[in-house]
Design a protein around this ligand. Structure first.
Ligand SMILES: Nc1nc2c(ncn2[C@@H]2O[C@H](COP(=O)(O)OP(=O)(O)OP(=O)(O)O)[C@@H](O)[C@H]2O)c(=O)[nH]1
Length: 248
């Protein structure tokens, strides 16, 4: 996968209308669109992960994230896809129960794929994975949404609270891919995590439903000639022939 354009923010807290408008623009540009939501507890490095993926840079500190939507074009298996990445506000855990607010639910519902992030330095963020995965399943009943579990801050082994192996096992049980990354130290693992999702989503979108295909089906096809049309054309052809014969 090759990133093509510079990162650009489409909207903060995109209203359903504006997100739909953005979708429309990308689809109208003839690109298949892959929508990815990045979710997880507060402080696990969601914003750092998204920015690292989109710009290759690690930026140390961010404002507490309010939920930004970014768009890029990527090349995957020879096709240029548009991807939208929705960074979501960190989830607060209340007495071990997940309060999934309306904004988060909306983001998950909107997504074609989800990245669930936890930090190896925060056991509570690891405990959230199961609940978040359940939330994804409930909001996409009947479909198996591609999900990647990302264990971040692998550079902070000296203060780890979760063995990354546990993340791998849990991801396996949930049927998700798993990546252990250090957003601060390694770009390639971050890239691979998003790459696998883009690939999975693009394989799930049948070529027949690509925007190009849908667009061509909107162009009115020439009507097949009916019998009257055929008769008229036949008469025209005959009279032309008669004219040429009489002029000779
Ligand atoms: N050492 C280290 N620090 C990291 C890494 N990734 C992110 N951080 C730091 O972790 C802190 C939180 O990162 P954010 O990206 O703001 O986390 P977030 O999950 O978006 O946080 P919320 O906005 O509260 O949801 C920042 O100080 C980052 O610099 C990493 O891989 N290693």
């Amino acid at each position: 996968m090759r990133l093509i354009q510079n990162m650009c923010t489409i909207a903060e807290y995109p209203a359903p209308g504006s997100a739909a408008a953005a979708d429309y623009c990308l689809r109208a540009a003839g690109r298949r669109l892959v929508k990815i939501a990045v979710v997880g507890a507060s402080g696990v490095g969601k914003t750092a992960l998204v920015v690292r993926f989109l710009t290759k840079r690690f930026i140390g500190d961010y404002e507490r994230n309010a939920g930004n939507l970014y768009t890029r074009q990527v090349q995957i298996e020879g096709e240029t896809l548009a991807i939208q990445v929705q960074d979501t506000p960190g989830i607060q855990v209340h007495e071990n129960s997940l309060s999934c607010n309306e904004q988060l639910s909306r983001c998950i519902r909107w997504a074609d794929a989800v990245v669930i992030v936890f930090s190896i330095t925060d056991y509570k963020s690891y405990e959230l994975i199961g609940q978040l995965h359940q939330q994804v399943q409930q909001l996409h009943l009947g479909t198996r949404l591609p999900v990647v579990v990302v264990a971040n801050k692998a550079d902070l082994l000296h203060i780890k609270q979760v063995d990354p192996q546990l993340g791998l096992q849990l991801a396996g049980m949930l049927g998700c891919s798993f990546y252990e990354v250090s957003v601060s130290e390694n770009y390639n693992d971050v890239y691979n995590a998003f790459h696998v999702l883009c690939k999975e989503v693009s394989h799930k979108q049948p070529p027949s439903s690509t925007p190009e295909k849908r667009r061509t089906s909107l162009i009115p096809r020439p009507k097949s000639p009916n019998m009257q049309d055929l008769k008229r054309r036949f008469k025209q052809a005959l009279s032309a022939k008669v004219r040429t014969v009489t002029s000779v």
